[in-house]
Write a protein that binds this ligand. Sequence first.
Ligand code: DQA
Length: 148
Amino acid sequence: MNNKIIIINGPNLNLLGEREQSQYGSITFDGLKEICIKKSNELGLDMKFVHSNIEGELVNIIQQSINKFDGIIINAAAFTHTSIAIRDALDVFKKPIIEVHISNIYKREEFRQKSLISDIVTGGIFGLGANGYILAIISMQKLLKNEN
Ligand code: DQA
C-alpha cells in the first residue's frame, strides 16, 4: 500500500504568485500544488495538499493527521514564529515531519529567525523556493521507506 502524506500550508501561502515575489518567487499556490502532486505521484505517495489561514484549523488538521497519514510536510508560514499550539500538535505526531520554508527565514527580519517547531521536526528545508517542497517530498519518501 502507498504511504500517505499530507502537505500543510499556513496563512497567506494561498497568495503565492501575488505576494512578495522577491521572497517567494512567481509560482502560484495552484502551481505549487500541481508540482507537488506530480512529484508525489511519481514516487508512489498518496498526498493531500491543504491550506488554512486559521491557527485552530491547522491544529485540527494536524490532530486529524495522526491516524490518517504516515508523514507531515508543513510550511506553517507566520505561525512558525508564534504558535505554541501548532508546535504542541506536531509534537503528538510521532512520525516523520519535515518543515519547509520557501524563503531563507534566517536571512530575513529578526522575528522570522526563530522557528518554534524546528527542534521537534525530523528535518527542515528553507530558502530553496518552491523546490524545497519537492525536496521535502523526496526526503519524506526516503524516510518512510527507511532509505534515508
Ligand atoms: C514562510 C516564511 C514566513 O516567515 C512567512 O510568514 C511566510 C512564508 C516561507 O515559506 O518562507 O508566510 O514560511
